[in-house]
Design a protein around this ligand. Structure first.
Ligand code: ZN
Length: 223
């Protein structure tokens, strides 16, 4: 891929995907800025992990508080009275879906970037293993990119390096970037708030583990 002699802004949650994007951006851009959001999620530890990961990647870091995003719609990531769906229900997104989250985050990231003269935005969304979240799909991101450019008369480019990768391929990219262990040990993807390999049974842990096991098997076979 092209190396840009320009900075990029990574929307960083402290999870596996956005952290992989952070190190991907470090390889492809002249400078990297990381932006995290708190929105009333149960596991604010992820923001502290994001801060440490940004430092490790040599990126600047800022966290913004957007409680409104978690308050607008009822969901299991911000409402402690709702038990999380352990499996994806038929006919709709799981109750861990935070309506509008990526719409708000990417829109705010774009304004934030514009103020700093940055036009490249990087997000870790993936359509391949998208868990039923409509705002992780490619058509949403492309549509928003057009809308942001129209809204601010700008030339934003939203990069989605993981869009067509499954979890196994994402782990392969992490390894290629030389940060497999960092991403494995120092990120938080688990819905139950346990860093690293996590609780092992929530949907996020299952997806992550299956991808990792598949990748390690493939690598073992090749070696
Ligand atoms: Zn878990």
């Amino acid at each position: 891929m092209t190396h840009y002699d320009e900075p990029a802004l990574v929307v960083l949650s402290g999870g596996q995907d956005s952290t992989t994007c952070l190190f991907w951006a470090r390889r492809h851009f002249a400078a990297v800025h990381a932006l995290s959001f708190t929105y009333g999620q149960k596991h604010v530890l992820e923001v502290e992990l994001a801060r440490a990961l940004a430092a490790k990647a040599g990126a600047t870091f800022e966290a913004m508080d957007l409680p409104l995003v978690g308050q607008l719609g009822r969901n299991a990531l911000t409402d402690t009275s709702i038990a999380m769906d352990e499996a994806k229900p038929a006919g709709g997104p799981p109750n861990t879906f935070v309506p509008g989250r990526n719409l708000f985050f990417l829109s705010i990231a774009a304004v934030y970037a514009r103020e700093r003269g940055i036009r490249h935005l990087v997000t870790g969304v993936s359509q391949t293993d998208y868990s039923g979240y409509p705002d992780c799909r490619d058509n949403f991101v492309k549509s928003l990119n057009v809308t942001l450019n129209l809204a601010m008369e700008a030339q934003f480019v939203i990069h989605t390096p993981l869009m067509w990768l499954d979890k196994c391929q994402t782990w392969a990219l992490t390894d290629e970037l030389g940060v497999l262990d960092v991403v494995r040990r120092e990120t938080l993807t688990c819905y139950n708030g346990i860093p690293g390999d996590g609780c092992g049974h929530c949907p996020a842990c299952q997806l992550r583990r299956e991808g990792l096991e598949k990748y390690l098997r493939l690598k073992g076979r090749q070696a």
